[in-house]
Design a protein around this ligand. Structure first.
Ligand code: GMT
Length: 380
């Protein structure tokens, strides 16, 4: 198939999923065209079967708000026509599904009356935050209903979209995935630990875009409690608006030498595979991709019991779940693991097993392929 993929190319779960999906599909012989305003962050190096088309937004002085969604729709239509795409797959409803809807209309009304079905994948904040804003809700609902196929990345998100948006379409849950051959704890990882933990300290990790929803300061609070009892280091992967709050808190607590801000990383798996425990104290996660990537690398997640996270982590088996803001309990769970090697090994193996048996790309990508085929069959 020839598939156009649109996503937010910056650091964020939906862009990561869209990019990894494109890479996996290309690996399986499909022709993939990314259409976005910048090259997706994990799309590094040349890949056979992958093309990237940049969307230029003109900055005319009259445009206080340059109309990206219109430029995107135009580019979607152009690329689809030129490369004879079979369908578009947009990640994150706002504004991507609206642009795809326009592109579909433009091509249908054109001289060739081309059909261009589009699939929308809902990721989370497009529904739980942004879509709830009254100024976006009606058009988000409309573009979801107009989609030729809709998927959600967890049962929680599917159920919430149906309930709160009163969506009539059938929404299929296709879980997020991880490449279990790449996200793996390679035997070399143990050797590289000393780069960050020269005295054999334990390693905790956090991976996010440092947005307020991630409650990054809770990560520092938890680590502070753990570090008082067990010599340890905290690796923070990513960047975003709450980084300076976290830095400031670490300095205030006098633990900044043990809190290592690594910034945005291309090869996230290499860093994850060094850690013992992952902290994910988010206010809300409709899935928690970071936890899954950690689990595949045998890192035990300690997360909040929110949204779709319980669909990924089984409390007490493949990780621990606690209430939002309960940093005491999360620190207690971390200490339980970091002071008991057998328990840590047992849970890290269970975490790996869950990622392998339920969320491996080899399991999930065929679900997308089937979904595309059904959408194409319906719209032919
Ligand atoms: O919160 C983020 O990390 C960004 C956001 C996005 O859409 O880019 O993430 C959402 O999608 C991810 C990938 O499907 C999910 O793993 C995250 O749980 C989800 N974030 C929230 O629901 C807050």
């Amino acid at each position: 198939m020839k598939i156009g993929i649109t996503c937010y190319p910056t650091y964020g779960g939906s862009g990561v999923v869209a990019t990894e999906l494109g890479l996996e599909l290309a690996q399986r012989g499909h022709e993939i065209h990314f259409i976005s305003y910048a090259q997706p962050i994990r799309l590094t190096g040349p890949h056979p079967n992958i093309h990237y088309h940049e969307v230029e937004v003109s900055r005319y002085p009259l445009f206080d708000y340059p109309p990206y969604d219109l430029a995107l729709a135009t580019r979607m239509a152009e690329v689809s026509e030129l490369y004879e795409l079979d369908l578009l797959h947009v990640h994150y409803a706002i504004p991507h599904s609206v642009s795809a809807m326009l592109a579909r209309q433009m091509l249908a009304a054109g001289p060739k009356h081309r059909k261009l079905p589009f699939v929308t994948t809902l990721h989370g904040t497009d529904i739980t935050l942004v879509g709830q804003d009254r100024s976006y809700l009606p058009i988000t609902r409309y573009s979801i209903e107009q989609s030729d196929g809709v998927t959600a990345i967890s049962e929680y998100l599917r159920e919430r979209t149906v309930r709160e948006f009163e969506i009539k379409n059938n929404i299929q849950v296709i879980y997020n995935f991880v490449n279990c051959d790449v996200y793996v704890r390679d035997p070399e990882a143990a050797k590289r630990r000393s780069e960050y933990a020269p005295r054999g300290e334990r390693i905790l990790v956090h991976l996010s875009n440092f947005r307020p929803v991630k409650r990054i300061t809770d990560t520092i609070e938890i680590f502070d409690r753990v570090r008082k009892k067990v010599p340890s280091k905290l690796l923070l992967i990513g960047d975003g608006p709450d980084r300076s709050r976290a830095e400031w808190l670490a300095v205030q607590k006098g633990i900044h030498n043990d809190v290592l801000f690594l910034g945005k990383q291309d090869q996230v798996h290499e860093k994850l595979a060094l850690a013992d425990v992952m902290l994910l104290p988010s206010e809300l996660e409709s899935f928690g991709l970071a936890a899954l990537e950690g689990m595949a690398c045998e890192v035990v997640p300690i997360a909040t019991r929110v949204g779709g996270v319980p669909e990924v982590i089984e409390h007490g088996k493949s990780g621990y779940l606690a209430d939002v803001g309960d940093v005491e309990t999360m620190a207690r769970y971390a200490l339980e693991l970091l002071t008991d090697n057998n328990r840590l090994r047992e849970m890290s193996q269970a975490a790996r097993l869950v990622s392998k048996s339920r969320f491996c790309s080899s399991e999930i990508i065929p679900q997308y392929e089937d979904f595309y085929r059904r959408v194409l069959a319906r719209s032919s």
